[in-house]
Design a protein around this ligand. Sequence first.
Ligand code: DUC
Ligand code: ZN
Ligand code: ZN
Length: 461
Amino acid sequence: MPYDLVITNGTVATAADVFKADIGIHDGRIVQIGGDMGSATRVIDAAGKYVLPGGIDSHVHIAQPSGPGIVMADDFDSATRAAAFGGNTTVMPFCLQERGQSLTTAFRDYRQKAEGAHVDFGFHMIVTDPTPQVLGQELPALIEEGQRSVKVFMSYEAMRLDDAGILATMDVARRHGAKVMVHCENEDVIAFLAARAAEAGDLAPRAHATTRPVAAEREATHRALTLAEVVDVPIVIVHVSNGAAIDEIARARARGVNITAETCPQYLVLEANDLSRENWEGAKFVCSPPPRDTAEQKNCWLGLQSGLFDLFSSDHCPFRYDDAQGKRNPEGLRSFRHIPNGIPGIETRLPILFSEGVMKGRIDLTRFVALTSTNHARAYDMYPQKGTIAIGADADITIWDPQIRRTIKHSDLHDASDYSPYEGFEVTGWPETVILRGVPIVEGGMMTAKAIGTEVLRRGA
Ligand code: DUC
Ligand code: ZN
Ligand code: ZN
């Protein structure tokens, strides 16, 4: 059989192994690994390069409404273009149910928004209004259809569920076979501290970090794990920022709670001090939970090394700096309370972990693959179609040049925000060629083919 594409001379890595082999691709799938390849329509020479499963970013926000007058910078076109340039072949955005809205209608709308995406995608559903209709009919039907992950918020007045709402949602997830992702921060603690800061006239971006302390995340993490334990449902603790929350996860795991744990680049390389930058530049680092300090960065690294963390995601949540400056607020007063929470990072997630992790010897290549691809596919029922280099798997492959040194500049990135919180950060290693189901979509710094991303049918092994 003539292959559509053969990748020769590369060093292949999966979550389990690193080996030298050529890869034969036909009809969008990997059909041969090693051995005599025979003829091919196209050959890519990957000598000196790493051949890895395409990145899967299972925590991204795209085209989500974000409060009065504020829209997310990215639509699916720009976000998935940036994802591809950053070495990703699958992304998992959220479908947000706004209060009062049908979850089914929300899901239909997001599916429509995703048409024309440049990489493959699958959704998680955010439940903000767990009405009898939603919990009794809509959510079960969507889960049965294959949407097997639901997110709930303990924070944000417009989105959060109380414990009763979380328990009820978890119970539906358990009965129908879905996981529940939880944003763990105690909203009452935050509201109390934010009101106190505002009264004291402490309105600058740094107050975002001081009013969302580790204690608020630790308590909520403990509570979410307890609720999942009571219901007996698999839980995903997203965007973990610190050692105290990590300890809660380790303890609950030891009790037998089924936990997937995630951290993100901002907790490895950004700090709360970044929010103190002058001229309101600190607004470029406002995300929730906030970045912490160097001791907590170390704790997150330890969690990545020990296997406590399963997932390394971007939590890409892009706004424009104009909005991030908190100008558009009802009182016309600049305040940290009006800075939308979230930072762009879909294109920089993989290079940051590759450079800081693999190239600096903190994690090995197999762990990099697990944290950035394989574990996402396993956690969200896409494995082994996605997330590995194996015969029969989708030919989603990223070829990395470990020699390239780059300084991150937003002007080189492809998202529709207008800044990067990682501006000036130096990395070694960059995803050079990105292949989606056998089609090279990014090569030599260019998008070379009109990639058509499709929704992944989440069936699992
Ligand atoms: N939570 C997220 O998951 N993403 C962006 C902001 C937030 O609070
Ligand atoms: Zn969150
Ligand atoms: Zn998020």
